[in-house]
Design a protein around this ligand. Structure first.
Ligand code: BG6
Length: 460
């Protein structure tokens, strides 16, 4: 039997846009996803938008029962900024206050610790109109929003996150055109990244000044960068990939300063953002209490085969090529690599390089296309997902045994949910969702997860 510490968080994560299921209603303002889907539905898989999802806004009371039945002692979701502040600033929407208070309170009453995240890719549309994270003023609006959340919900919520995967809205919104506003502009990308790191530090400052008890962290998607070989060129490529992919937000969040290698490359390409010296003090003084890590797959890299054209637009891959390692294990139902040991490498890296800060897995999961084909007698028999969890948990356990300060394991996601451009292409849930009837059915992995959580471990 592989046993985890007695006090270990077992649960899952979702986000407001991906679970609440409405554009508007009860005073919610639009965010970029609502607006974008309305104007270009063809960009979204199956032309399905965020209005058609788990509808937890209506069903949360029933869904909390399902969380219980699948062994959750904790659960992460996010607050929709545009639901709380329809314009992103100004008057608070009282309906939203009622909803989130009741939602978080009910989680507590069911012994499910709420972990609440403030921003999961969902910029209020009114603020995007003035540039979103490009605009320094939005940092102030976010700070006000964070402060309001601590005042409103701080007596119930004891675990907070400032952002989910901040590098995603930088890369996808400003470099590779996966998210709105679909720009390709390295200078703006750096400015957006800088404003996000600053906004996170300001939220932490507000949290500390509020004196509510609890902890505040950030959720980062860490993908260890492994080189093709131990040649100097490949090692250098991996070092640069690490600084873009992982250290860009890890370093300011935990060490209070930006990664030196990253800054030197940004300077070299003349991409330095506009900043104030005082901002750097804010970042230095307001680091996280704990860290959330989303781990899905590593990144494998090699030295560049051809020197980039100096006039080509700057992208992180300017300095390395992706390496398609022969024989790597794949999730053939989603197309992502499965490398369980990556979770152990992350655990030891946090221990050795980041002060052994308290941390937890905030997302790990297996997306599967056309999952209906695995249904037997009305239940999805997702043994592949159970194996995926076991493989990662074994390595996580080893990391903990070697002293890494990991306090929990949250999978993505409780109920099959809508996912950005991919909509319902990949299913990750412990619980199946019938989108038309809204019926929920626990999958085999959901029952397994309950055993895992009840026993604080599993039979090898
Ligand atoms: C994570 C995000 O990176 O990946 C989630 O935090 C997202 O919001 C999840 O849904 C799965 O992504 P996909 O594209 O496989 O559906």
């Amino acid at each position: 039997m592989l046993r985890f510490p007695e006090k270990f968080y077992f649960g899952s994560a979702s986000s407001a846009t991906q679970s609440e299921g409405s554009f508007e209603g009860d005073g919610k303002g639009k965010d970029i996803w609502d607006q974008w889907f309305e104007s270009e539905p063809e960009k979204f898989y199956g032309e399905v938008g965020p209005n058609k999802t788990t509808a937890m806004y209506k069903n949360y009371k029933e869904d909390i029962k399902l969380l219980k039945q699948t062994g959750h002692n904790s659960f992460r979701t996010s607050i929709s900024w545009a639901r709380l502040f329809p314009k992103g600033y100004g008057d608070v929407n009282e309906e939203a206050v009622k909803y989130y208070k009741d939602y978080f309170q009910r989680l507590k009453e069911n012994d499910i610790e709420p972990f609440v995240n403030l921003f999961h890719f969902d910029m209020p549309m009114e603020l995007q109109k003035i540039g979103g994270w490009e605009n320094r003023k939005v940092v102030d609006y976010y700070r006000e929003y964070a402060k309001t959340c601590f005042e409103l919900f701080g007596d119930i919520v004891k675990r907070w996150f400032t952002f989910n995967e901040p590098i995603v809205h930088v890369e996808c919104g400003y470099l590779n055109q996966y998210h709105y506003p679909m720009k390709v502009d390295a200078k703006l990308a750096v400015q957006v990244g800088y404003h996000t790191a600053l906004a996170s530090a300001y939220a932490i400052k507000e949290f500390k000044e509020s004196k509510i008890d609890g902890k505040i962290g950030i959720v980062l998607n860490l993908s260890p960068a492994y080189p093709r070989s131990n040649n100097n060129e490949d090692l250098k490529a991996a070092e640069i990939a690490e600084s873009f992919q992982n250290k860009s937000f890890l370093d300011p969040a935990i060490k209070g300063e930006f990664n030196e290698l990253l800054v030197s490359l940004i300077k070299k390409h003349d991409l330095m953002p506009e900043y104030d010296r005082e901002d750097l003090e804010i970042i230095k003084e307001n680091t996280v209490d704990f860290l959330g890590v989303n781990y899905y797959q590593p990144v494998r890299v090699k030295a560049k085969e051809h020197l980039p054209n100096p006039n080509a637009p700057f992208l992180p891959t300017y300095y390395f090529d992706l390496y398609d390692m022969p024989g790597k294990k794949m999730n053939k139902y989603r197309g992502w690599e499965i490398y369980e040991k990556g979770i152990y490498d992350i655990a030891l890296n946090i221990k050795n390089e980041y002060d052994n800060i308290e941390w937890m897995i905030t997302e790990n999961g297996m997306g599967v296309q056309d999952e209906d084909r695995f249904k037997k007698d009305g239940i999805i028999e997702d043994d592949y997902r159970i194996d995926f969890f076991k493989g990662h948990l074994k390595w996580l356990h080893k990391g903990i045994e070697e002293g890494s300060n990991c306090i929990g394991y949250h999978i993505w996601t409780p109920i099959d949910c809508w996912s950005w451009l991919n909509a319902y292409k990949n299913k990750y849930g412990l619980i199946e969702l019938d989108l038309e009837t809204q019926e929920r059915t626990i999958k085999k992995s959901g029952y397994w997860f309950k055993q895992l959580s009840d026993n604080k471990g599993f039979e090898l």
